[in-house]
Design a protein around this ligand. Structure first.
Ligand SMILES: *Cc1c(COP(=O)(O)O)cnc(C)c1O
Length: 437
């Protein structure tokens, strides 16, 4: 890879002069793993091609949305057709209703929905709605969960339950964080303590039910049951951030999986994004009518967006959802994802490399650890240097996983058995190298 012939290097140099860090979202910059990010020229099915024309099997899937694979013909056709009728009207359209009906039909916890343009916006708005509906200010979030980059959410735990959290970004005034309680994921005792201390002041508890922003970590069923019970008991809303898991881990989202284990289980509010836009900027939040009617113009909680419910984005989302509703879609996707995970586990075991992995639907995570972590502190025990060698080893062999060990991975319906086999073979070679040093 000489600088003269590597167009990624040239493009990245140009980008760094124009855009901070050369990227429009930080994780794309490869800071965690080192090296030059690949500039993508096009994508088809399970594959990406970079500026040099090198092909990669893609397990990032635009960080979640591309559940059908890239450039799916039915989705492209829907987008082309919608675009021919105009790109944006700033007025209601029938297609927004079709998308709303489609989503509400799949997620029975939601009676009403509002469409927005990004997961950040959806999560931020859901928290404002929870505060407006309850008349309370405080809320709980968990260390390692990501809910977008709104000020009050960019916080990590302080040194104890009683201490305030600290901002994870410059530019966030401490006063903005005074209502955010940050707890350890899956820690029932801490949760009970927090409700005992602050229960009557809590507007909501916001959680990624299957966290995908500290790699993949599941909330245990007893922990989720306790979250539901305590929220109900104290009049706080349970907010499921399913931006990543919605229509990704199952057709009914992660909430359908917990409802299988906990009779009658449902969250109060659900936040969606990624898959519902099928690759276009579209996100949403929703819940029971009585809560949602607090939103302007029916209620006093303000929320708005120039491009909300955009006609091209809704066409893209609708076409995507109609594909994933096909009978057997999730069974096939889950089987393919499991084949990948089991292949990686087998290859690592064969080379004596400690690796554990988990998957649900089309989402997976693996750790260079002897057992699956249950919270962020345990995820941090992963060996970053070893992960980076794995990342670059795979990339050199044409396999693209997320350039940071804190990210879940995604398999699409376009990943073939052959793609999986090639990936496992590439990983096996890298594990062999790892085991030698
Ligand atoms: C990606 C993500 C968000 C933020 O969505 P954006 O569209 O990137 O703003 C929020 N919550 C979760 C769980 C996510 O994975």
């Amino acid at each position: 890879m000489t600088p003269n012939t590597d167009l990624n290097i040239a493009l990245f140099e140009r980008a760094q002069a124009l855009i901070p860090g050369g990227v429009n979202s930080p994780v794309r910059a490869f800071r965690a793993v080192g090296g030059t990010p690949r500039f993508i020229r096009r994508a088809q099915g399970a594959w990406l091609w970079d500026a040099n024309g090198q092909r990669f099997i893609d397990y990032i899937g635009s960080w979640g949305p591309m559940i059908l694979g890239h450039a799916h013909p039915a989705v492209l056709e829907a987008v082309h057709q919608a675009a021919r009728d105009g790109l944006s009207f700033g007025a209601p359209t029938e297609r927004e209703l079709e998308l709303a009906e489609e989503i509400l039909g799949l997620l029975p916890s939601m009676e009403m929905i509002r469409l927005v343009s990004s997961g950040t916006e959806a999560a931020m708005s859901a928290i404002r709605l929870a505060r407006g509906a309850t008349g309370r200010s405080k809320f709980i979030k968990f260390e390692g969960c990501y809910h977008g980059h709104a000020d009050a959410l960019l916080v990590r735990a302080g040194s104890g339950l009683a201490t305030l959290g600290t901002a994870t970004s410059a530019g966030v005034p401490p006063e903005v964080l005074q209502h955010t309680l940050v707890l350890e994921y899956n820690a029932i005792e801490q949760l009970e303590q927090a409700f005992a201390l602050h229960g009557s002041e809590l507007a909501c508890l916001v959680i990624e039910p299957i966290a995908g922003n500290m790699n993949l970590v599941r909330a245990s069923v007893p922990f989720m049951r306790r979250c539901r019970e305590l929220c109900t008991q104290h009049g706080a809303l349970l907010v499921f951030d399913e931006v990543m898991t919605g229509f990704r881990v199952a057709l009914g989202g992660a909430q359908s999986l917990y409802a299988r284990e906990i009779p009658g289980f449902k969250p109060d509010l659900t936040v969606l994004g990624k898959v519902i836009g099928g690759g276009m900027p579209l996100a949403a939040f929703g819940g029971p009518r009585a809560i949602m009617e607090n939103l302007a113009p029916s209620g006093a909680v303000y929320q708005a967006g120039t491009l909300s419910g955009n006609p091209v984005a809704t066409a893209c989302g609708l076409a995507t959802l109609r594909q994933i509703k096909e009978p057997g879609f999730f069974a096939a996707l889950a089987a393919r994802t499991r084949a990948l995970v089991e292949g990686l586990e087998g290859a690592a075991a064969a080379e004596g490399v400690a690796l554990c992995a988990d998957s649900e639907g089309g989402m997976f995570g693996f750790f260079l650890l002897p057992e699956l972590p249950r919270n962020y502190a345990q995820v941090l025990r992963s060996d970053g240097a070893r992960f980076n060698r794995l990342f670059h080893g795979l990339l050199a062999r044409g396999v693209c996983i997320a350039p940071a060990l804190y990210e879940a991975g995604f398999v699409s319906a376009a990943h073939s058995a052959d793609d999986i086999a090639q990936t496992v073979a590439a990983a096996h070679e890298v594990f062999r190298e790892l085991s030698r040093q």
